[in-house]
Design a binder for this molecule. Structure first.
Ligand code: PLP
Length: 315
């Protein structure tokens, strides 16, 4: 399947030749670890090698796309892999955690209150006592090194696609958005948050992108653009909050699956961003002609939902 495809727009937009929407199918990259999470891991793994770490550990929930990519990506490396999983041990492992176990990841359940303490938690100190020389990757594969991997990704996408007036990407932590924004040839970047109350994230993404280019300057590049002028942040598209879906969003997904049956969206992030753009295009308020939507993957996350809530299975 082609890595760049065009999206069939809603009937109300079809009469006009005004909008062209293409999608970069990041969900088709690296079959075992598709989407943005693979890219976020690359520089963390390099850093672990440089530190001569013997184990790499990280955090995530029982359906986490990050944990899933972590397990698959680490399976082909010599590192021991350890995951701290949010929530007490359940009688049955989630499909995501089963994949981790099959990839040889050691799973450590953690109470929600302890989990919240991150690397200050009790569970991480126990792990640090058991194994020495562990490299810890932040939840979601974030941090400057996570963003650096996404700046590399922006360059790869840029090389593969024809010029667009704008790119669209979904945000959770905002690390991916920061990395894409930091790349000098990224056109106007629209970032759509899947979280409720994410207003503050706008500055965080901008700061992270700016820091990234200070800490890891891009050499052999033209003059730097103003990052702030190249960035639009949308925080009103959460549809009830993280991992929640409104009836309107569900309805949109059914329509989208009907008109674009070969382009599955994930249930947490990309469905919301796509919904937002479709609404703006239907209203005629979307400000760009040629837009590229970056598919960040996450399709394995559907396994946390009932099959009949997934409009992309039957199609
Ligand atoms: C994790 C994830 C995101 C958000 O990435 P951040 O770097 O945390 O902003 C977006 N889309 C999908 C499918 C994801 O799994």
């Amino acid at each position: 399947m082609a890595i760049i495809q065009s999206i069939v727009l809603p009937p109300s937009c079809l009469g006009s030749s005004h909008y062209e929407l293409a999608i970069y199918r990041g969900d088709l990259e690296h079959p075992d670890a598709p989407g943005n999470k693979w890219h976020k891991l690359q520089h963390h793994i390099k850093a672990a090698k440089q530190q001569n770490a013997t184990a790499i550990a990280t955090f995530g929930g029982p359906f986490s796309n990050h944990l899933h990519a972590f397990g698959s990506t680490l399976a082909s490396t010599p590192f021991k892999s350890i995951a701290v999983v949010r929530g007490e041990l359940q009688p049955a492992l989630s499909p995501t955690l089963k994949d981790l176990a099959n990839n040889g990841v050691e799973l450590w359940p953690s109470s929600r209150s302890d989990y919240r303490l991150g690397t200050d938690s009790e569970v991480t100190s126990m792990i640090n006592v058991l194994y020495d020389n562990i490299y810890w990757i932040p939840e979601g594969g974030g941090g400057l090194l996570g963003a650096l991997g996404c700046r590399d990704w922006a360059q790869e996408i840029d090389v593969l696609t024809k010029p667009h007036d704008a790119w669209v990407v979904s945000a959770g932590t905002g690390t991916t958005a920061a990395g894409l924004l930091a790349y000098s040839k990224t056109p106007m970047l629209h970032v759509v948050s899947a979280l409720k109350g994410a207003q503050r994230q706008k500055d965080e993404i901008l700061n992270q992108a700016t820091n990234l280019n200070v800490e890891c300057p891009i050499t052999k590049e033209g003059p730097q653009k103003s990052l702030a002028d190249n960035f639009v942040f949308h925080c009103e598209q959460h549809e009830g909050g993280y991992a929640k879906r409104s009836p309107a969003l569900n309805e949109f997904m059914v329509e989208f699956a009907n008109s674009n049956p070969d382009i599955p969206l994930d249930p947490v992030y990309t469905c919301k961003s796509m919904f937002g753009i479709f609404m703006a295009m239907e209203a005629g308020t979307w400000p760009h002609r040629r837009t590229l939507f970056i598919h960040t993957g996450g399709l394995q996350g559907w396994r946390g939902y009932s099959l009949d809530s997934n409009p992309f299975v039957a199609s």
